[in-house]
Design a protein around this ligand. Sequence first.
Ligand SMILES: Nc1nc2c(ncn2[C@@H]2O[C@H](COP(=O)(O)OP(=O)(O)O)[C@@H](O)[C@H]2O)c(=O)[nH]1
Ligand SMILES: [Mg+2]
Length: 275
Amino acid sequence: MSLYRTEAKKRLQRLETEIAEPTQELLALSVPPLVPTDLSLEAERFELSIVIPTYKEAKNLRALYDRIFKTLRLYDFEVIFVDDNSPDGTAELAREIGEAYGNVRVLKRNGKSGLSSAVLDGMGLARSDLVVVMDADLQHPPEDLFDMVEKALEGYDIVVASRYMPGGSIANWSALRRCVSRGGIMLAHALLPETRAVRDPVSGFFLFRKRAIDGIRINASGFKILVEILAKGNYRSIAEVPFRFRSRMNGDSKFNAKVIMDYVIFIMKLRLGLL
Ligand SMILES: Nc1nc2c(ncn2[C@@H]2O[C@H](COP(=O)(O)OP(=O)(O)O)[C@@H](O)[C@H]2O)c(=O)[nH]1
Ligand SMILES: [Mg+2]
Protein backbone atom coordinates (compact mmCIF):
# COMPACT_ATOMS: atom_id res chain seq x y z
CA MET A 1 0.00 0.00 0.00
CA SER A 2 2.66 2.49 1.01
CA LEU A 3 4.65 1.70 -2.13
CA TYR A 4 1.52 2.31 -4.13
CA ARG A 5 0.92 5.61 -2.36
CA THR A 6 4.45 6.80 -2.97
CA GLU A 7 4.04 5.94 -6.63
CA ALA A 8 0.63 7.68 -6.74
CA LYS A 9 2.10 10.82 -5.15
CA LYS A 10 4.94 10.85 -7.68
CA ARG A 11 2.41 10.51 -10.49
CA LEU A 12 0.39 13.37 -9.05
CA GLN A 13 3.46 15.60 -8.74
CA ARG A 14 4.47 14.76 -12.30
CA LEU A 15 0.98 15.51 -13.57
CA GLU A 16 0.85 18.79 -11.69
CA THR A 17 4.22 19.84 -13.09
CA GLU A 18 3.07 18.94 -16.57
CA ILE A 19 -0.11 20.97 -16.14
CA ALA A 20 1.82 23.91 -14.68
CA GLU A 21 4.46 23.83 -17.44
CA PRO A 22 2.97 22.18 -20.49
CA THR A 23 5.62 20.64 -22.70
CA GLN A 24 5.55 20.98 -26.49
CA GLU A 25 4.45 17.34 -26.72
CA LEU A 26 1.58 17.91 -24.32
CA LEU A 27 0.52 21.07 -26.10
CA ALA A 28 0.54 19.16 -29.36
CA LEU A 29 -1.87 16.55 -28.04
CA SER A 30 -5.27 17.04 -29.61
CA VAL A 31 -7.08 14.85 -27.05
CA PRO A 32 -7.28 16.15 -23.48
CA PRO A 33 -5.21 13.78 -21.32
CA LEU A 34 -7.93 13.43 -18.71
CA VAL A 35 -9.94 10.94 -20.76
CA PRO A 36 -8.76 7.42 -19.90
CA THR A 37 -8.06 5.27 -22.89
CA ASP A 38 -6.67 2.25 -21.11
CA LEU A 39 -9.46 1.49 -18.67
CA SER A 40 -10.39 -2.08 -19.31
CA LEU A 41 -13.98 -3.20 -18.97
CA GLU A 42 -12.68 -6.70 -18.40
CA ALA A 43 -10.56 -5.71 -15.41
CA GLU A 44 -11.29 -8.21 -12.68
CA ARG A 45 -10.41 -5.94 -9.82
CA PHE A 46 -10.36 -2.24 -9.11
CA GLU A 47 -8.68 -0.37 -6.27
CA LEU A 48 -11.97 1.26 -5.37
CA SER A 49 -15.65 0.63 -6.10
CA ILE A 50 -18.06 3.57 -5.75
CA VAL A 51 -21.68 2.61 -5.23
CA ILE A 52 -24.21 5.33 -6.09
CA PRO A 53 -27.97 4.81 -5.70
CA THR A 54 -29.96 6.99 -8.07
CA TYR A 55 -33.54 8.00 -8.45
CA LYS A 56 -34.32 10.87 -10.84
CA GLU A 57 -30.77 12.23 -10.87
CA ALA A 58 -30.29 12.76 -14.61
CA LYS A 59 -29.51 16.46 -14.11
CA ASN A 60 -26.69 15.68 -11.69
CA LEU A 61 -25.06 12.67 -13.29
CA ARG A 62 -22.57 14.20 -15.72
CA ALA A 63 -21.19 16.70 -13.22
CA LEU A 64 -21.03 13.93 -10.64
CA TYR A 65 -19.02 11.58 -12.83
CA ASP A 66 -16.72 14.37 -14.10
CA ARG A 67 -15.89 15.47 -10.58
CA ILE A 68 -15.29 11.90 -9.39
CA PHE A 69 -13.05 11.30 -12.37
CA LYS A 70 -11.01 14.46 -11.80
CA THR A 71 -10.60 13.63 -8.13
CA LEU A 72 -9.63 9.99 -8.55
CA ARG A 73 -7.79 10.11 -11.86
CA LEU A 74 -4.74 8.51 -10.25
CA TYR A 75 -6.70 5.54 -9.03
CA ASP A 76 -8.18 2.55 -10.73
CA PHE A 77 -11.81 2.89 -9.74
CA GLU A 78 -15.23 1.76 -10.88
CA VAL A 79 -18.62 3.40 -10.42
CA ILE A 80 -21.74 1.31 -9.93
CA PHE A 81 -25.00 3.19 -10.40
CA VAL A 82 -28.07 1.46 -9.02
CA ASP A 83 -31.13 3.06 -10.54
CA ASP A 84 -34.76 2.25 -9.80
CA ASN A 85 -36.12 2.82 -13.29
CA SER A 86 -36.09 6.61 -12.95
CA PRO A 87 -38.58 8.23 -15.32
CA ASP A 88 -36.08 10.95 -16.24
CA GLY A 89 -33.71 8.54 -18.01
CA THR A 90 -31.02 8.44 -15.32
CA ALA A 91 -30.10 4.82 -16.09
CA GLU A 92 -29.78 5.48 -19.82
CA LEU A 93 -27.55 8.48 -19.19
CA ALA A 94 -25.45 6.42 -16.78
CA ARG A 95 -25.00 3.80 -19.52
CA GLU A 96 -23.91 6.54 -21.93
CA ILE A 97 -21.30 7.72 -19.45
CA GLY A 98 -20.23 4.10 -19.04
CA GLU A 99 -19.73 3.74 -22.78
CA ALA A 100 -17.53 6.83 -22.81
CA TYR A 101 -15.41 5.89 -19.82
CA GLY A 102 -15.50 2.12 -19.46
CA ASN A 103 -15.38 1.98 -15.68
CA VAL A 104 -19.09 2.45 -15.04
CA ARG A 105 -21.70 -0.24 -14.55
CA VAL A 106 -25.42 0.36 -14.24
CA LEU A 107 -27.87 -1.83 -12.44
CA LYS A 108 -31.36 -0.83 -13.50
CA ARG A 109 -33.99 -2.29 -11.23
CA ASN A 110 -37.64 -2.62 -12.18
CA GLY A 111 -39.31 -0.43 -9.60
CA LYS A 112 -38.55 1.94 -6.77
CA SER A 113 -37.39 -0.62 -4.23
CA GLY A 114 -35.70 1.81 -1.91
CA LEU A 115 -32.35 3.34 -1.11
CA SER A 116 -30.97 0.68 1.26
CA SER A 117 -31.63 -2.24 -1.01
CA ALA A 118 -30.15 -0.26 -3.91
CA VAL A 119 -26.95 0.31 -1.94
CA LEU A 120 -26.82 -3.36 -0.93
CA ASP A 121 -27.29 -4.52 -4.51
CA GLY A 122 -24.49 -2.18 -5.58
CA MET A 123 -22.21 -3.42 -2.81
CA GLY A 124 -22.84 -6.96 -4.01
CA LEU A 125 -21.49 -6.02 -7.45
CA ALA A 126 -18.40 -4.19 -6.18
CA ARG A 127 -15.19 -5.72 -7.48
CA SER A 128 -12.84 -3.89 -5.16
CA ASP A 129 -12.04 -4.55 -1.55
CA LEU A 130 -12.59 -0.84 -0.83
CA VAL A 131 -16.16 0.29 -1.29
CA VAL A 132 -17.51 3.85 -1.14
CA VAL A 133 -21.18 4.68 -0.80
CA MET A 134 -22.29 8.17 -1.82
CA ASP A 135 -25.33 10.04 -3.12
CA ALA A 136 -25.73 11.21 -6.69
CA ASP A 137 -27.18 14.63 -5.92
CA LEU A 138 -23.80 16.36 -5.35
CA GLN A 139 -24.58 16.90 -1.67
CA HIS A 140 -21.58 14.64 -1.09
CA PRO A 141 -18.76 16.57 -2.79
CA PRO A 142 -16.80 14.10 -4.94
CA GLU A 143 -13.58 16.02 -4.20
CA ASP A 144 -13.68 14.66 -0.63
CA LEU A 145 -13.17 11.16 -2.00
CA PHE A 146 -9.46 11.90 -2.21
CA ASP A 147 -9.02 12.30 1.55
CA MET A 148 -11.24 9.30 2.20
CA VAL A 149 -9.18 7.06 -0.06
CA GLU A 150 -5.94 8.36 1.47
CA LYS A 151 -7.24 7.40 4.91
CA ALA A 152 -8.25 3.96 3.68
CA LEU A 153 -4.79 3.47 2.25
CA GLU A 154 -3.37 4.31 5.66
CA GLY A 155 -5.13 1.13 6.76
CA TYR A 156 -8.44 2.20 8.28
CA ASP A 157 -11.28 -0.30 7.85
CA ILE A 158 -14.03 2.33 7.78
CA VAL A 159 -13.78 5.99 6.79
CA VAL A 160 -16.78 8.20 7.48
CA ALA A 161 -17.26 11.59 5.85
CA SER A 162 -18.62 13.57 8.76
CA ARG A 163 -20.68 16.74 8.85
CA TYR A 164 -20.30 17.06 12.59
CA MET A 165 -16.62 17.71 13.18
CA PRO A 166 -14.34 20.72 12.71
CA GLY A 167 -14.24 21.45 8.99
CA GLY A 168 -17.60 19.79 8.37
CA SER A 169 -20.90 21.62 7.89
CA ILE A 170 -24.38 21.55 6.43
CA ALA A 171 -25.61 24.14 3.96
CA ASN A 172 -29.15 25.49 3.96
CA TRP A 173 -30.90 23.21 6.40
CA SER A 174 -33.75 24.61 8.46
CA ALA A 175 -33.37 24.66 12.25
CA LEU A 176 -35.95 21.86 12.38
CA ARG A 177 -34.05 19.64 9.98
CA ARG A 178 -30.83 20.23 11.94
CA CYS A 179 -32.56 19.28 15.20
CA VAL A 180 -33.97 16.12 13.66
CA SER A 181 -30.52 15.15 12.41
CA ARG A 182 -28.84 15.82 15.76
CA GLY A 183 -31.65 14.00 17.58
CA GLY A 184 -31.19 11.00 15.30
CA ILE A 185 -27.50 10.84 16.13
CA MET A 186 -28.18 11.18 19.86
CA LEU A 187 -30.62 8.30 19.65
CA ALA A 188 -28.10 6.11 17.82
CA HIS A 189 -25.34 7.02 20.30
CA ALA A 190 -27.61 6.32 23.26
CA LEU A 191 -28.92 2.95 22.12
CA LEU A 192 -26.06 1.58 20.01
CA PRO A 193 -22.72 2.04 21.81
CA GLU A 194 -20.71 0.95 18.73
CA THR A 195 -21.86 4.07 16.89
CA ARG A 196 -20.23 6.34 19.48
CA ALA A 197 -16.90 5.94 17.72
CA VAL A 198 -18.07 8.44 15.11
CA ARG A 199 -19.69 11.83 15.36
CA ASP A 200 -21.81 11.31 12.26
CA PRO A 201 -22.95 7.66 12.26
CA VAL A 202 -25.93 8.51 10.04
CA SER A 203 -23.77 9.89 7.24
CA GLY A 204 -24.61 8.45 3.85
CA PHE A 205 -21.06 9.16 2.61
CA PHE A 206 -18.60 6.51 3.77
CA LEU A 207 -16.01 3.97 2.76
CA PHE A 208 -15.38 0.51 4.13
CA ARG A 209 -13.28 -2.56 3.52
CA LYS A 210 -15.31 -5.57 2.53
CA ARG A 211 -13.86 -7.60 5.38
CA ALA A 212 -15.63 -5.23 7.79
CA ILE A 213 -18.97 -6.68 6.70
CA ASP A 214 -17.90 -10.30 6.31
CA GLY A 215 -20.46 -12.62 7.83
CA ILE A 216 -22.93 -9.91 8.87
CA ARG A 217 -26.41 -9.51 7.47
CA ILE A 218 -27.36 -6.00 6.47
CA ASN A 219 -31.06 -5.52 6.15
CA ALA A 220 -32.40 -4.46 2.78
CA SER A 221 -35.35 -2.84 4.49
CA GLY A 222 -33.02 -1.14 6.96
CA PHE A 223 -32.58 2.58 7.02
CA LYS A 224 -29.00 3.71 7.47
CA ILE A 225 -26.47 1.24 6.22
CA LEU A 226 -23.56 2.89 8.02
CA VAL A 227 -25.33 2.57 11.37
CA GLU A 228 -25.87 -1.11 10.69
CA ILE A 229 -22.25 -1.66 9.66
CA LEU A 230 -21.05 0.15 12.78
CA ALA A 231 -23.40 -1.83 15.02
CA LYS A 232 -22.68 -5.27 13.59
CA GLY A 233 -19.47 -5.09 11.55
CA ASN A 234 -16.05 -6.68 12.13
CA TYR A 235 -13.74 -3.70 11.91
CA ARG A 236 -10.65 -2.66 13.80
CA SER A 237 -10.26 1.01 12.99
CA ILE A 238 -12.42 3.94 11.96
CA ALA A 239 -11.42 7.38 10.69
CA GLU A 240 -13.62 10.42 10.18
CA VAL A 241 -12.88 13.11 7.65
CA PRO A 242 -14.86 16.36 7.58
CA PHE A 243 -17.13 17.23 4.69
CA ARG A 244 -19.44 20.08 3.85
CA PHE A 245 -22.88 18.74 3.07
CA ARG A 246 -24.05 20.85 0.13
CA SER A 247 -27.55 21.86 -0.74
CA ARG A 248 -29.30 19.84 -3.43
CA MET A 249 -29.06 21.67 -6.77
CA ASN A 250 -31.56 19.58 -8.75
CA GLY A 251 -34.29 17.07 -8.00
CA ASP A 252 -36.15 16.18 -4.81
CA SER A 253 -35.11 14.89 -1.41
CA LYS A 254 -36.83 11.85 0.09
CA PHE A 255 -36.97 13.42 3.56
CA ASN A 256 -40.41 13.54 5.24
CA ALA A 257 -42.12 12.73 8.57
CA LYS A 258 -42.37 9.03 7.70
CA VAL A 259 -38.59 8.96 7.27
CA ILE A 260 -38.19 10.09 10.89
CA MET A 261 -40.57 7.41 12.18
CA ASP A 262 -38.87 4.72 10.10
CA TYR A 263 -35.52 5.77 11.50
CA VAL A 264 -36.67 5.54 15.13
CA ILE A 265 -38.16 2.08 14.52
CA PHE A 266 -34.93 1.03 12.77
CA ILE A 267 -32.73 2.04 15.73
CA MET A 268 -35.06 0.30 18.20
CA LYS A 269 -35.04 -2.91 16.14
CA LEU A 270 -31.24 -2.85 15.90
CA ARG A 271 -31.02 -2.34 19.64
CA LEU A 272 -33.36 -5.28 20.27
CA GLY A 273 -31.43 -7.48 17.86
CA LEU A 274 -34.39 -7.77 15.54
CA LEU A 275 -32.44 -6.74 12.44
N1 LIG B 1 -32.00 3.43 -6.44
C1 LIG B 1 -32.62 4.28 -5.61
N2 LIG B 1 -32.00 5.43 -5.24
C2 LIG B 1 -32.65 6.27 -4.40
C3 LIG B 1 -33.94 6.02 -3.89
N3 LIG B 1 -34.31 7.06 -3.10
C4 LIG B 1 -33.29 7.95 -3.12
N4 LIG B 1 -32.28 7.47 -3.91
C5 LIG B 1 -30.97 8.09 -4.17
O1 LIG B 1 -30.30 8.09 -2.93
C6 LIG B 1 -29.55 9.28 -2.75
C7 LIG B 1 -30.04 10.04 -1.52
O2 LIG B 1 -31.38 10.44 -1.70
P1 LIG B 1 -31.92 11.88 -1.24
O3 LIG B 1 -33.35 11.93 -1.60
O4 LIG B 1 -31.04 12.94 -1.78
O5 LIG B 1 -31.75 11.76 0.31
P2 LIG B 1 -31.45 12.94 1.35
O6 LIG B 1 -30.23 13.66 0.88
O7 LIG B 1 -31.25 12.19 2.64
O8 LIG B 1 -32.66 13.79 1.34
C8 LIG B 1 -29.69 10.05 -4.05
O9 LIG B 1 -28.61 9.73 -4.90
C9 LIG B 1 -31.01 9.53 -4.62
O10 LIG B 1 -31.07 9.63 -6.02
C10 LIG B 1 -34.58 4.79 -4.30
O11 LIG B 1 -35.71 4.46 -3.93
N5 LIG B 1 -33.87 3.98 -5.14
MG1 LIG C 1 -29.69 14.22 -0.91
